[in-house]
Design a protein around this ligand. Structure first.
Ligand code: ADP
Length: 539
């Protein structure tokens, strides 16, 4: 071997911030605040306040490798933590506030976070649990100074804290790009949440790859509004992807209802947004009810759960908006695949393109390898038909969970995602189920995702959830749980009639029930709770 003779510049998140300040310094960042204001500055302003924050963190004694926690919405202050904390070589532990109390305590304790930054929304939560946060030494409330309330934890005020520091030039430390930057925990639907420690290198390469034309295709003309939470796998990397590409950023805080999103989309000229399907169900409903259009919005990325075909169709036909489905997980930073057309797919005609783009989770992107294997670990053919366990490998895939002794990958470096999928000859991947949600009936499998996707298109249906529940003869049979749109009446006969002809007969749910559908902390249908609630229904 002979070493290359190029510059050994580590890939660090501060490089992104510095680039954005120098190249796109006047590009705006608009944020709602939890206090209900709209805050405006630009990348130069972000960089300046991040330097103030870095000095303040040093003043609190924060050192390289320390874990610093946040309980916060999508705001400019949270964005500053995204750069200030990792910039010093410390690790930002973004805690999902929708977890149960015990899980929140578990995450903070497991991460051993020493400082906790929180929005005022979470003051009651913090006060309730503070005694159980044994490693946290300092509490900082992310709020305007005038509205500061230190509460029983004696919180410092964020604005006062950073306001005391200079925003002038700061010597960001240069360190190994493999250093940890973000610590994100899975939602722990089975067992305790598991910590995934993203390195600077993973975050930067993921950010570069996600912006490519084959993926999000962002340019400096785009206005990006992340509606996936900053606390959930770094809002799909958008806080890095946007500045790399010089995009204006719009942050909605916690206000993800139709009217609030619409106001930002129209007033700020949002061209690109993304979030889980439930947000877009609400948004599309709101547009229908109010007879409004989407302004400059061009593309919406949707993932976290399968995109209902009806949703993608609505966006396209009513509003001219392209839906890009993505698949990923906390363990993959989180982007795995994105559904964008290719020449070979386009040659099949527009209907086929829509069919493929809307019903596949996405296609292979450079950097992430995928394979599907059978029960013996043998690779399945890439024929779009044969399903198996989905395995992934790449520079932004987890190797080992935080503070675990054993690696989470096999000898070949592959990580088992827990999803069941097919791959086809065009490089497209389709998730048929999560391994634990597959319905096993009389030795055959039914895809709960496919059934849900068809059922949700039935008029009046808002959410369709399918779970396998014990059956005396067939081991398990599908039960369809439906939540209807407000004020709509839908009957079992309507739904079964709608499914007829669209599915093979033996997939027909054994019953259709009408009830509110519970969601998990990451906005997915909570199948564990549903299975428990309806466990005896067919026995
Ligand atoms: P959690 O902590 O809730 O598991 P993750 O975001 O890590 O949150 O969840 C990842 C899982 O979400 C994937 O393994 C997959 O099952 C599901 N998922 C993500 N995107 C999609 C999609 N586009 N279609 C179907 N399932 C998806």
């Amino acid at each position: 071997m002979i070493l290359g003779l190029m510059q050994d510049v580590p890939l660090l998140t501060t490089n992104i911030l510095t680039h954005a300040e120098v190249a796109h310094g006047r590009v705006e960042i608009v944020s709602r605040t939890v206090e209900g204001r709209v805050h405006r500055y630009d990348y130069a302003g972000l960089a300046r306040r991040t330097r103030q924050l870095a000095r303040a963190l040093q003043g609190l004694g924060v050192k390289s490798g320390d874990r610093i926690a946040s309980l916060a919405w999508n705001t400019h202050r949270h964005l500053e933590l995204f750069y200030g904390v990792p910039g010093l070589g410390a690790v930002l532990n973004t805690v999902n506030p929708r977890l149960f109390d015990d899980q929140i305590v578990y995450v903070l304790e497991h991460a051993e976070s020493t400082v906790l930054f929180y929005d005022r929304t979470f003051a009651p939560l913090v006060e309730r649990l503070a005694d159980r946060f044994t490693t946290v030494k300092t509490f900082v409330l992310l709020s305007d100074a005038e509205q500061h309330e230190p509460g029983a934890v004696g919180a410092l005020n964020y604005e006062t804290l950073i306001g005391a520091q200079s925003g002038e030039a700061f010597d960001w430390p240069r360190f190994d790009e493999n250093a940890g930057a973000f610590l994100c925990y899975t939602s722990g639907t089975t067992g305790d949440p598991k910590g995934v420690l993203y390195s600077h290198r993973a975050v930067v390469i993921h950010g570069l790859a996600a912006g490519l034309a084959s993926a999000f295709g962002l340019t400096a003309f785009d206005v990006v509004m992340p509606c996936s939470s900053l606390y959930h796998a770094t809002a799909w990397g958008l806080p890095f992807i946007a500045p790399i590409n010089g995009c204006k950023i719009v942050l909605p805080a916690e206000k993800m209802d139709g009217a609030s999103l619409q106001e930002l989309i129209l007033c700020e000229g949002v061209t690109f947004t993304g979030g889980v399907p439930t947000i877009w169900t609400m948004y599309l409903d709101w547009l229908d009810q109010n007879g409004q259009g989407v302004g400059d919005l061009k593309r919406v990325i949707i993932g976290g759960s399968a995109v209902p075909r009806a949703m993608a169709e609505s966006f396209k036909t009513k509003h001219g908006v392209q839906v890009l489905q993505i698949w990923g997980m906390t363990e993959t930073c989180p982007l795995g695949v994105v559904a964008t057309p290719t020449p070979s797919v386009t040659a099949l005609g527009e209907d086929q393109v829509d069919e493929i783009i809307w019903t596949r989770q996405g296609r292979l992107q450079f950097g992430i390898e995928l394979k599907v294997v059978d029960d013996d670990g043998k690779e399945c053919p890439r024929d779009g038909e044969t399903s198996g366990a989905l395995m992934v490998r790449g520079p932004w895939v987890v190797k080992r969970y935080f503070r675990k002794d054993a690696d989470a990958i096999d000898d070949g470096g592959w990580f088992d995602t827990g999803d069941i999928a097919t791959l086809d000859e065009h490089g497209f991947m389709r998730i048929t189920d999560r391994a634990k949600d597959v319905i096993k009936t009389g030795g055959e499998w039914i895809s709960s995702i496919d059934l849900e996707n068809i059922a949700v298109a039935c008029p009046g249906v808002k959410i369709a959830a399918v779970v396998g529940i014990p059956h005396p003869k067939w081991e398990e049979r599908p039960l369809l749980v439906i939540e209807t749109h407000e004020g709509r009446t839908v009957t079992k006969e309507d739904v079964l009639g709608f499914l007829q002809g669209k599915i093979v007969k033996w997939w027909t749910p054994d019953d259709v029930v009408f009830a509110p559908v519970p969601l998990t902390a990451t906005g997915k249908i909570d199948k564990k709770t549903l299975r428990k609630a309806w466990n005896e229904h067919l026995m």
